[in-house]
Design a protein around this ligand. Sequence first.
Ligand code: CDP
Length: 243
Amino acid sequence: MVLIKDGKRLDGRDFDELRDVKMEVSVLERAVGSAYMEWGKNKVMAAVYGPRELHPKFLQDPTKALLRCTYNLAPFSVEERKRPGPDRRSVEISKVTTEALSSVVMLEKFPNTVIDVFIEILQADAGTRCVGLTAASLALADAGIPMRDLVAACSAGKIQGEIVVDLMKEEDNYGECDLPLAIIPRKGEVVLLQMDGKLTKDEFKKAYELAFKGAMKVYEMQKNTLLGSMKRFVGEGGNDDGN
Ligand code: CDP
């Protein structure tokens, strides 16, 4: 499959260009915090419940909360119907997402509790772990759970010998490599880095830099989204002055 023509990608993007990203918070009434994202053709919802007392009790940690992220790919989210329920892939993504977010959430503030984060992939078009992680991080902030920073994610990879940012489905399928990255932007610290395929050392460096820059752009959008939501909240008289 031809993925690059006249220096442009299938959807007309440059090599260093992200797909369109939209994000919104406080989209669900019953969750403590929530976020909805569209990233290219991906459509993802994230919802936070908790902190609440953890049961069964023997799982409780008196020094901190348990963070539990559950990534779910809806049966209708992919071309070929996905069998409902967890599988190896979703268990893996749930685990790496939980680990990535555990580095920013101040779990020590909520001993003996659990914070549940549900990530629902409603439509998938590659890069869903990055979208899920970015949306989950927004939902946690929307829930008012104290965090050291947000987590922002983006992937890069290799298609037809070229290093490009933010692979879409066809590029993921027929490309040579995909490299998802998630960072704590203020520290520049990496909290998720995976690689599916092969890269030379120089290619890896280039892909890493592209993914990092992409994640920083996503971080700016996350901050603007949260700021916009806060302004609306205060504008609606939702401040704490009793009015
Ligand atoms: O989504 P992400 O790139 O983080 O993970 P992946 O395992 O590399 O999957 C790449 C893409 O394959 C997904 O985003 C879906 O579009 C697609 N996929 C699928 O069509 N059917 C599945 N059962 C799993 C993934």
